[in-house]
Design a protein around this ligand. Structure first.
Ligand code: HAM
Length: 449
């Protein structure tokens, strides 16, 4: 029975009491991205497995150990997306979007799946806010995308974050670097873990990412990529740094950042926090100038980042960042009796439809006292009760639930204006409906026009 009432390990539910925090973060990120010219893209949750093997790289931990891969009923191997970039590139290629004017700027909010050992800040299903931009190899766009990441974190008020950047060069300079790394680790082979021994020949840069303490100790003194950059890559990296300096975005150059995915070229970066233990990267990204071509498309330079929303939320909660709460109920319209309940439902529907008011009424058949208790619980700012009397006399008493002030209002032509006045509700002023007619028709069982 346990399986029926507990979510799979490494996954989380977002309950209604908490979802406002998610919506707040997602809205803030999307609005910032929009201000930079990014537009939303949505791609499937699963893709052909081959896409991730080719893009993320078959030598990476993600592809080797962490993918949720299965054969569908048609016998095709598919994989739940472990990250967002590959699907975006595939979609833009499929739809011929690389013929559109450049730069092409996209953002997404997506679940991602990695079979990792769950711990604080590390999940098997997690969510990324990601951006991907295509078409520019100018260092200006590297700095711009980094400044977008920073703008989101600043807007959310996240403290204790710092930016680390590095350049991992292009395939040409990286070949020389790989040779140097191979030579370095070859002479220390006996200290490497089993997995890294396998990486030595094919992809020695992955050793720099290994969590095994002995490998990590060796990696500390390994040759640094920055000493192997070709002239173009060095110039590009200088351009990124100069632009960040000009934009007054503080950063440190960390030559050990190589990132865990194979598609990166040149600039890589991470926004790091000291408040989340070992899961310190809140956001990671970089350039991937070869990926579009690798997947069969034209040579289009590209770059992006992924921001881990669970980590961001954890960090915000831990550091007491404020979250914008959702507006409480504007008005609760209670009722006594069957016909008044229908009239209350109608009035609530009318207020919602015409004025965008958040209105609720009784759906549980409760008595008035219990209805008001519920109205208090949902934080209703105003309330009213409709009974037979109110229907007959076409008047209603509105109560301010905070101050206790009440006001009787005739359900006449000016009702909405009076209600708006009492509720200080801007939108209500914009229109004045014939509430009296509505009530008459409702009593006669007719639909108001
Ligand atoms: P990534 O560094 O693998 O990059 O993931 C980006 C972010 O996702 C991380 O910084 C972290 O905040 C979050 N994250 C990763 N794994 C987990 C996990 N198991 N649980 C919770 N959060 C996690 C990418 O995925 C690239 N696609 C980013 C990118 C876009 N590069 C260029 N464009």
């Amino acid at each position: 029975m346990g399986n029926l009432t507990s979510a799979p390990r490494g996954t989380q539910d977002v309950l209604p009491a908490n979802s406002y925090k998610w919506k707040y973060i997602e809205r803030a990120a999307a609005e910032e991205a929009k201000a930079f010219g990014y537009r939303e893209i949505r791609t499937p949750v699963f893709e052909h497995t081959e896409l991730f093997v080719r893009s993320v790289g078959d030598g990476t931990d993600v592809v080797q150990k962490e993918m949720y891969t299965f054969n569908d009923k048609g016998g095709r191997s598919v994989t739940l997306k472990p990250e967002g970039t590959a699907g975006v590139v595939r979609a833009l290629l499929e739809h011929g979007s690389f013929n559109d004017p450049m730069p092409l700027k996209t953002y997404y909010i997506t679940p991602c799946f990695r079979y990792e050992k769950p711990q604080a800040g590390r999940f098997r299903e997690f969510h990324q806010f990601g951006v991907e931009a295509f078409g520019s190899s100018s260092p200006l766009i590297d700095a711009e995308i980094i400044s977008l990441g920073q703008a989101i974190l600043t807007r959310l008020g996240v403290p204790d974050i710092h930016l680390e950047i590095n350049s991992i060069g292009c395939p040409q300079c990286r070949e020389k670097y790989r040779a140097a790394l191979r030579e370095y680790f070859e002479s220390r082979k006996d200290q490497l873990c089993e997995t890294c021994l396998g990486r030595l020949d094919k992809n020695p840069m992955r050793i720099l990412d290994c969590k095994n303490p002995e490998c990590a100790a060796l990696a500390k003194d390994a040759p640094r990529i920055l000493s192997y950059l070709c002239e173009d890559c060095r110039e590009h990296f200088d351009g990124v740094k100069q632009t960040l300096d000009m934009m007054e975005i503080p950063y440190t150059v960390n030559p050990t950042i190589v990132r865990g995915l194979d598609y990166y070229t040149r600039t890589v970066f991470e926004f790091i926090t000291t408040s989340l233990g070992s899961q310190s990267a809140v956001c990671g990204g970089g350039r991937y100038d070869g990926l579009v071509q690798e997947l069969g498309g034209p040579a289009v330079p590209a770059l992006g980042f992924g921001m881990g929303l669970e980590r961001l939320l954890l960090l915000m909660e831990k550091t007491n960042c404020p979250f914008e709460e959702e507006a409480p109920c504007d008005i609760y319209i209670g009722s006594m009796g069957e016909e008044p309940a229908r009239a209350a439902a109608k009035l609530a529907a009318r207020l919602r439809a015409e004025f965008g008011v958040y209105a609720e009424c009784d759906l549980m058949g409760r008595g008035v006292k219990a209805q008001m208790k519920y109205a208090n619980k949902i934080g209703a700012r105003f309330s009213a009760v409709i009974g037979e009397n109110e229907l007959e006399q076409k008047k209603i008493t509105i109560k301010n639930m905070v101050s206790g002030e009440t006001k009787e209002m005739a359900l006449d032509k000016a009702f909405v204006e009076k209600l708006a006045d009492f509720m200080a509700y801007e939108q209500l002023y914009n229109s004045c409906q014939d509430i009296e007619t509505m009530f008459r028709k409702s009593q006669e069982g007719e639909q108001p026009e």
